[in-house]
Design a protein around this ligand. Sequence first.
Ligand code: HEC
Length: 135
Amino acid sequence: MHKAIRIIAVVGLSMPLFLAAQSSNVTLPQDKGPDKINVSSYPADQQKGYKVFADKCAKCHTIARPINTTMTAPEWSRYVKRMMHKPNSGISDSQGKAIYEFLAYDQENRKDKNPSAFSKALSDEEIEKLKAQQH
Ligand code: HEC
């Protein structure tokens, strides 16, 4: 009996932490856009980077989120690091570098040419507001 209670308590307490670390529990405007990019005209390195990106950045939220978010290259650099440092992100330094290089190329050659088609990154405060509305 005691053992069962202890297990329930441990699972109950660690679950919210687990969810917070693993998944993004809010829908952002950029999540609703397309979830793939046609990279057939991109350089070979960027095509490889796209595969790493599509694999690694779809773990916690839809890949549509970064695909439809516009940021400057320095902001992408900071953002990839931020995502890498989330618990269990599963992204190594070399994968992070390949992803950043893909995102910087994609920003310059796709998003910057048609900026109004993409969403600006939301601030943490804006994301918290959406979370409160969606729950
Ligand atoms: C370990 C889970 C996890 C992984 C892996 C992950 N993300 Fe995220 N991402 C989040 C969370 C959590 C948020 C914040 C929003 C929220 O709290 O739901 C977020 C938000 C974002 C945003 C929205 C920024 C804004 O302000 O509008 C972008 C863009 C993004 N991630 C890109 C990426 C990219 C690129 C990768 C791959 C390098 C990636 N994410 C990998 C969890 C993750």
